[in-house]
Design a protein around this ligand. Structure first.
Ligand code: NDP
Length: 324
């Protein structure tokens, strides 16, 4: 068991964490990134990425994350293959975190970039056909279903926004909801019902996702009616599961302010949490945009604010010393 000290401790290794690391390292903060259970984050489970700026050709999510990690390491970040299991932030700075390995991490600033996970239905075929017709992000993958039949599962804001977004690519979008009433905001519902490209299937749940992952991917969904119990099928090329996201904030319960869905609350327009020196960036504090590029942007902001925070502390220390 070892103790590692750094000016900037980053928990999480998606686009937010790596971007914070790149900026932090270049500001000579010698950051440590504790990578967590899914090094590279959500992009490591997607395939084609076409909307990350800087690449004309389609790139692969895992490849993009490898590049970000390599860049962060190249400029001086220390990567730790560990998962933080507890944090102590009320007595900081410095802030203390304990890894699964038993190692202790001490950060003069703390950047939380633990991300979020799309919730999945857990139905047969869903995992096997992931990236082969089944997705949890229309903005990321909708383009690949140009002119094809797609379905969105869910009845909240995300589901309705995804369905509306998909009409940019497809004239045949079906929204499948388990009840006969949407949870989404009225204005979104209005737009949904106005669209002649979207039809709704009420009181239906997806029993299974069918198709061969090695041969063409998803072909159809098996549905069951929640009222009558009847089974039916729906032929689709793509299915977007939009039943919510869960931010990875378990570690911070009772320690940092969260909204009702568990997302960390930051000062609007900044990555600052209520505890000076603790910053949150990426999907863990953003349930609206949730894009790799926005996560990278807030990661950069967290590093810049962390640097300013330390500079202010240092200045105050020097002033106090000079006054003695
Ligand atoms: P929500 O929790 O609001 O909605 C989830 C939807 O999925 C519900 O309709 C729910 O059904 C359905 N669902 C949940 N579990 C299952 C299941 N096992 N099987 C079938 N259906 C299921 O999640 P969202 O991601 O839509 O939104 C999360 C938060 O983010 C909300 O606060 C939302 O307002 C916000 N948001 C805001 C946006 C904006 O302001 N532009 C955009 C996107 C999200 P049921 O209704 O029956 O419970």
């Amino acid at each position: 068991m070892a103790t590692h000290h750094t000016k900037m401790l980053i928990i999480g290794s998606g686009p937010a964490g790596f971007s914070a690391a790149i900026y932090g390292a270049r500001a000579l903060m010698e950051p440590i990134v504790v990578q967590g259970l899914q090094p590279g984050g959500q992009l490591t489970i997607t395939t084609d990425v076409e909307n990350y700026p800087g690449f004309k050709d389609v790139i692969q999510g895992p490849w993009l994350m490898e590049q970000m990690q390599a860049q962060a390491e190249h400029v001086g970040t220390r990567m730790m293959w560990d998962t933080i299991v507890s944090v102590e932030i009320d007595k900081g700075p410095p802030f203390r975190a304990i890894g699964d390995s038993g190692d202790e991490y001490i950060g003069d600033t703390l950047v939380i970039a633990t991300g979020a996970q799309a919730k999945w239905l857990g139905a047969p075929g869903e995992q096997q056909l992931g990236g082969k017709g089944v997705s949890a992000c229309a903005t990321c993958d909708g383009f690949f279903y140009r002119g094809k039949k797609v379905a969105v599962i869910g009845g909240g804001n995300t589901a309705v926004e995804e369905a509306l977004y998909l009409t940019n690519h497809s004239d045949d979008v079906t929204l499948i909801h388990r009840r006969d009433e949407l949870r989404a905001e009225k204005i979104l519902q209005e737009r949904l019902f106005k669209s002649n490209k979207i039809s709704t299937l009420w009181n239906k749940t997806v029993v299974s996702f069918e198709g061969d992952p090695a041969d063409g991917g998803l072909t159809h969904l098996v549905l069951t009616d929640t009222v009558t119990g009847e089974t039916s099928t729906l032929e689709v090329d793509g299915a977007f599961v939009a039943i919510g996201h869960a931010p990875a904030t378990e570690l911070f319960k009772g320690k940092l302010e969260m909204d009702d869905s568990g997302y960390l609350i930051v000062e609007p327009g900044t990555p600052k949490t209520a505890i000076p020196g603790v910053f949150a960036c990426g999907d863990v504090m953003d349930h609206t945009y949730r894009q790799a590029v926005t996560a990278a942007g807030t990661g950069c902001m967290a590093a810049l604010d962390a640097e300013r925070f330390l500079a202010t502390l240092e200045f105050a220390k020097q002033e106090a010393e000079a006054a003695e």
